[in-house]
Write a protein that binds this ligand. Sequence first.
Ligand SMILES: C[S@@+](CC[C@H](N)C(=O)[O-])C[C@H]1O[C@@H](n2cnc3c(N)ncnc32)[C@H](O)[C@@H]1O
Length: 208
Amino acid sequence: MSIEKAYNSWAKIYDTNENKTRDLDKKSTIEILSNYHFDSVLELGCGTGKNTEWLITKAKKIIALDFSRKMLNEAKKKIQNDNVLFKKANLLEVWEVADEFADLVTVNLTLEHINDLNFVFGQAYLKLKTDGIFFINELHPFKQYNGSKARFDSEKETEVLEVYTHHITDYINAAKENGFKLEEIYEQFDDLNKNEIPRLISIILRKN
Ligand SMILES: C[S@@+](CC[C@H](N)C(=O)[O-])C[C@H]1O[C@@H](n2cnc3c(N)ncnc32)[C@H](O)[C@@H]1O
């Protein structure tokens, strides 16, 4: 099943099925981004708008992109705000957003479906204002080495989605190659338990 189709099937239960990764992403995103000021946000792979809902309490304008029509429909049901524009778009094609639109570009739990980090980092750089930040919150590669993949239970079976492993060096090199400066990096653990493998990697990059 294509990634787009899989998310169309997952959309109805995405917000409610048991999902520690989704929940830790939400918590850590709020913790980290609360320390930053931003007016205009470009959200990549916004899904059902789980993070859009919080982001719009801080921002004046959000453009939120996703290629799954049904994930976007859930987001639109949840958020009816003239300052949020949901757009159906494939992140692997040139983004139809004005250059230097955003103070913040954020991508959460989406890059595992993107083979070509360089393209996304290059587009993110173009869409950011000087001094803007690029926030990345993704499944930690250690989890990926252990076989963790985005998955959900459909009526018939467990659907496992197509994913690509991104090593920490892949993120750092893509950042460097596209002109970003590394500002912060964190690992997010379940229940703050540092004896276990971290679930998420959180990276803040800055466009100088
Ligand atoms: C796990 S969900 C994350 C949704 C949201 N960011 C969150 O944290 O809850 C991944 C999202 O990325 C979207 N996605 C994956 N690959 C994409 C692509 N190439 N272009 C646009 N959206 C994509 C999917 O449709 C899905 O909504």
